[in-house]
Design a protein around this ligand. Structure first.
Ligand SMILES: [Zn+2]
Length: 134
């Protein structure tokens, strides 16, 4: 059995039907990290995923961008900003998509830029900051 992936060992995992950890037998291997198990007690079948172990979600780790929460927007902004973060200074003019290192609010990314004002998304919320002040 040495060709089988690690997931393919008979094991104790939670059975949703028995509502406790029961001994599960490996039936088949779906891929390198997924196996189908059968509960020894109630014979209920379930999938076991090696990496996360909880869901049969896709392998991609990135959060889905469907939900338009602040956290997602922030993470997306952080992933896509251009140059390295610049220290915030109200005299500097910032363009959209520039990352700012703010002494108080931390790392943020400019989402909107107008003549005197920028909207910056920080981890906790979006803030309007002054920029381009002479
Ligand atoms: Zn069971």
């Amino acid at each position: 059995m040495d060709t089988l992936p690690k997931v393919a060992t008979n094991t104790y995992v939670e059975c949703t039907k028995c509502e406790t950890e029961t001994y599960h037998r490996v039936l088949t291997h779906i891929d390198d990290s997924t196996a189908q198990l059968e509960c020894e007690i109630c014979k209920k079948k379930r999938k076991l995923k090696l990496s996360s172990g909880k869901t049969v979600a896709k392998k991609k780790k990135k959060t889905t961008r469907k939900r338009n929460t602040h956290k997602n927007q922030y993470e997306e902004a952080i992933e896509t900003y251009g140059e390295s973060p610049q220290p915030y200074n109200m005299k500097t003019a910032y363009k959209e998509n520039i990352a700012i290192d703010h002494p108080k609010f931390g790392l943020g990314v400019v989402t909107e830029s107008s003549t005197r004002k920028i909207s910056v998304i920080f981890e906790d919320q979006v803030r309007d900051l002054i920029h381009n002040r002479e």
